[in-house]
Design a protein around this ligand. Sequence first.
Ligand SMILES: Cc1ncc(COP(=O)(O)O)c(C=O)c1O
Length: 740
Amino acid sequence: MRVLVTGGAGYIGSVFVRELISNGYQVSVIDRFLFGKETLEPLITNGDLEVIECDLRDADKTKINLDGIQAVFHLAGLSNDPSCDLNPRFTFDSNVGGTRYIADLAKKAGVSKFVLFSSCSVYGTGKGTTLTELSMLNPVSAYAESKVQAEDYVKSISDKSFKPTILRLATVFGYSPRMRFDLAVNLMTLHALRKKRIAILGGGKQWRPFVHVRDVALLCTQLLQEPAEKIGGETFNVGSNDLNYQMSDLAALIADLVGDVELDFVPDDEDKRNYHVCFDKAKDVLQFKPKYKIKEGVAEIVEHFRVVEHQLTDEKYYNIQVMKSHLLTPAILGGEPIRREFLPFALPLLGTEEEEEVIDTLRSGWITTGPRTKKFEEKLAAYIGALDCLAVSSCTAALHLALATLDIGPGDEVITTPMTFCSTANVIEHTGATPVFVDVNPDTLNIDPALVEKAITPRTKAIIAVHMAGYPCDMRELSDIGARHGIKIIEDAAHAIGSTYEGKNIGTISDFTCFSFYPIKNMTTIEGGAIVCKDQSYMERLRRLALHGMDRDAWKRYEATGRPHWYVEEPGFKYNMTDIQAAVGLHQIDRLPAFNQRRQLIAATYDDAFRGLSGFGRPDYHDSKRQTNNHLYIVKLELDQIEISRDQLLEALSKEGIGTGIHFLPVQLHPFYKTKYGLDEQSLPISTDLSNRIFSMPLYPKMTDADVLDCIRALSKLLSYYSVNVATKPEVRPGTKVVR
Ligand SMILES: Cc1ncc(COP(=O)(O)O)c(C=O)c1O
């Protein structure tokens, strides 16, 4: 008969698997070997043992095959109440998710016996002295709650042919090849031996039942012989009535057995468990009478202690130590990822209003530029405080139109920042003019006005200033420069809808301001953009150039009062926004204030959480005259404080389940601009230096509070782990010891 034991390398598993093999069973073990492989190593060459190394949460990928398996003993999971409280999500994922997976698989494969290992911990602070299998459950830890949920799950899928058996174990003790010294009897014995002292936490009056690990293995082996009808669908408490102890009595007994030991009463204990359990059912139905008493367990540990004494600081004996270490180790090095479901760097937040408006638009028959685009333009202009506004297909289109409207072309120069998305520079190229890149202020990442002034020549026609991450450029300085030299200012406000400068909305300051409504922007129209002008005389030409240079748009031609004739007055572009896009935008603009508020809250939460972490830095956004809309949360790493590069950190974050962005690889480092303008790393040293240090964390209203917390945990974990400062660094490298 082939038996599958999940968690077969663990404290119970490694005893049970040996018992099975010595009784002639063929055994398959699934284990992720979080605590090492040594416990099964002597058996690995045994032809009756098959070992499958995997985490049940990843089991889909490994395609576990249960063909030929007659019984499954599901031990795998996280155990020990305090260590499971360290990261409840990890606990639930493992204990409930793992159970779901293996129970579903066993049911599908027609496995005749399925045994789930649960715990008497499910009784928690159970009242009374006769907690039976029918008593109310009262879990008081993540571990116990996860066991309740695992029990509920297997019961929920139980049917005529699949009837799981649930074993609620008393606290296990005794020697196992995978030794644990975080179990009450084992730990008290260890302390009695080493410290000559046993601490009794929480007053000692609390009850706890115990069972020897070999008795558990014997019972499980017996279950293989029992008829399926007898045990299927049943829950058994596993222990014996006479091994219910109050903790102070247990300590006194162990002190007595070891000899010359003091008892130390400590009033507090975070562990609130207190249960006195009745084991009559296992005794009556299965004739289960545990052979081993506390005395035998203590004797074995005393014996074992001599062998392992020198190793007893080793974290592997304490689940909580291993767990702490595992949780603090970067996922890229084999630690537990902060989240298993990847959090994308950015996502739009769209509601039913947008959905319904799009459907209405589709059904209306007018799907390209029309009444909704007009309404969107009105709403947007009102939001910005502009007189008019032109909605277009993208911010790139808006920037191109601004340059075209100014008749900028070959022979002209346009000054801009290298720290931007490529479209800012590309549109200058499209006009035939020459982009002149001026480096940024290292604190704000925005174009440095002092350097702008130096770059002006008689050919300079315009300056395109980009409000990086939504933080406004120094518009007073730039406007003064523009006025002094007769140069037009175009604001690339792709990031900056809702930002303000000296109390004025971005969009009300310069000759031209261009916005983006790309999906990851603060509001979206799927793709889309808009342009506003201080000087309204530009608007007519902008509109014309946005639609082929025609003197009237389709809506004006085809509406009831429209005329069908039109003329091209100059060759224009095809940059119009559609009514489908506007349908989305009409509701996004309503949500924008709330979106921006949420962004602000997340950014402030990040600031508080990350301040002081090794390697963490931020652009300087402290000028109160400039209010950012928090489009991006840019981190500016101090690379000398951490042991890894920005790109390695981003890869490590991705393994923790967190998506990131880079804003931006500066334009001079893109091959086209590098080659065409002979730019190199020295040409624009500030943005070049920043380019290896900056990255953006997720920051968007669709993020839940839990998502935000995950981002905080992930970056904090990695910056602490990779800190060059040994004082702040957790000692959790795999293979090294956790220092307590
Ligand atoms: C600074 C900057 N300018 C321009 C653009 C172009 O916007 P769009 O995709 O709407 O053309 C972007 C887009 O990300 C941007 O970040």
